[in-house]
Design a protein around this ligand. Structure first.
Ligand code: NAD
Ligand code: ISE
Length: 333
């Protein structure tokens, strides 16, 4: 039995996910697509897939058993609520939503439905390197984690489309989520410092330095640079009581020539996390086939949204901004 999926948003990552759902993974068929740019949807639709005029029409299509949302962050709330109302499992790219109030509405709807339907696209949790790093920390042999250094460097971002708030409410959500997951901890406060701007991003607030205060007392230091130019460079190092555990350098051929000895680094997130995206969908397909969801939840989407909101407040106030969560509903325990 193949899971029939509809994809909303056929831009960069929508096209990449359609490629993996049609050419890489088994047990799944893309039967419908939608994009507010109809021509883009037409071009991205796999052979035989319907092109729906609206997201609502796609969600209501009786042939669509589960939905993948790859539209822009501000559009996610309405599309997620439509999926929950229809009782259809849904994979939603990050950020789940772009405000605390919207995140609470998703949680309220899913809790009222009574079963998990939402998986959020925090693909780092499915990356083999991050999984090995977490396994080391979880054994406890290095003692308690005290500090985590997260480097999040993009070669470039789309000019005009990527705004100054986005390092904090679009990019930082990955670091917020992976910090909570790696350290099995919660963020209680956020500070932001803005150093000298990179001239490569023109007027963009880039880079930013973020300090996450965790409930355990651990501190997480995050560098977000979105116009570093040389490639997509993701690093992580956890400093514990009795040792340090870090992500490894990515395997790549060692090239020696007149310029020296070097290894290529990924161009962008598609290349760096290719296996992680495959794995997050493998696990999503299994759960969605059973009418539910596993992996990063609406609760995790909510937690990351709170960090983004606090970071935006912190950049204006220059102070430590508190993060306060509601009591965790039993659905997410
Ligand atoms: P994009 O601009 O390339 O594509 C977004 C597409 O969504 C566009 O084609 C646009 O027309 C369409 N769209 C926007 N609003 C819509 C609506 N209301 N209804 C229907 N279609 C709509 O952007 P992208 O880079 O593909 O990013 C899409 C989402 O995926 C964003 O939320 C982004 O943060 C996330 N993303 C996640 C990762 C990751 O590593 N997990 C990487 C890239 C992007
Ligand atoms: C993009 O949307 C992603 O999610 C990438 O993983 C991240 O590195 C990038 O900064 C975002 O713009």
């Amino acid at each position: 039995m193949s899971l029939n999926v509809g994809v909303i948003g056929t831009g960069m990552i929508g096209q990449d996910h359609i490629r993996r759902l049609t050419r890489v993974l088994s047990g799944v068929t893309v039967v419908a697509v939608n994009d507010m740019d109809q021509a883009r949807a037409q071009a991205a639709a796999p052979a035989g897939a319907k092109v729906h005029p609206t997201p609502d029409a796609l969600v209501a299509d009786p042939d669509v058993q589960a939905v993948v949302i790859c539209s822009w962050g501000p559009a996610h709330e309405e599309q997620l609520l439509a999926c929950i109302a229809a009782g259809k499992p849904v994979f939603c790219e990050k950020p789940m939503v772009t405000s605390e109030a919207a995140a609470l509405r998703i949680i309220e709807a899913e809790v009222a439905f009574g079963r998990r339907l939402v998986q959020v696209g925090f693909m780092r949790r499915f990356d083999a390197d991050y999984r090995r790093l977490k396994a080391v920390i979880d054994t406890g042999t290095l003692g308690a984690p005290l500090m985590y250094y997260s480097k999040h460097r993009n070669a470039s971002v789309p000019e005009g489309l990527y705004t100054s708030d986005m390092p904090l409410n679009d990019t930082l959500v990955h670091d917020a989520d992976i910090s909570r997951w790696l350290l099995s901890d919660e963020v209680t406060g956020v500070e932001v410092r803005v150093p000298r701007r990179s001239s490569r991003g023109k007027d963009l607030r880039d880079p930013v330095l973020v300090l996450l205060h965790m409930a355990s007392g651990a501190l997480v230091d995050v560098e977000i640079s979105v116009n570093i130019g040389y490639g997509y460079d993701i690093r992580g190092e956890v400093s514990c009581e009795a040792g340090v555990a870090a992500l490894p350098n990515r395997p790549a051929a060692v090239v020696t020539d007149a310029h020296g000895i070097r290894q290529a680094i990924p161009e962008d997130w598609r290349e760096r996390f290719i296996e992680a995206y495959d794995q997050e969908f493998r696990e999503w397909i299994v759960a969605a086939g059973q009418g539910t969801a596993t992996g990063p939840s609406a609760w995790d989407g909510y937690a990351a949204t709170l960090v983004a909101d606090a970071a935006l407040r912190a950049v204006d106030s220059g102070r430590l901004e508190a993060v306060g969560m509601i009591a965790k509903p039993a659905l997410y325990s």
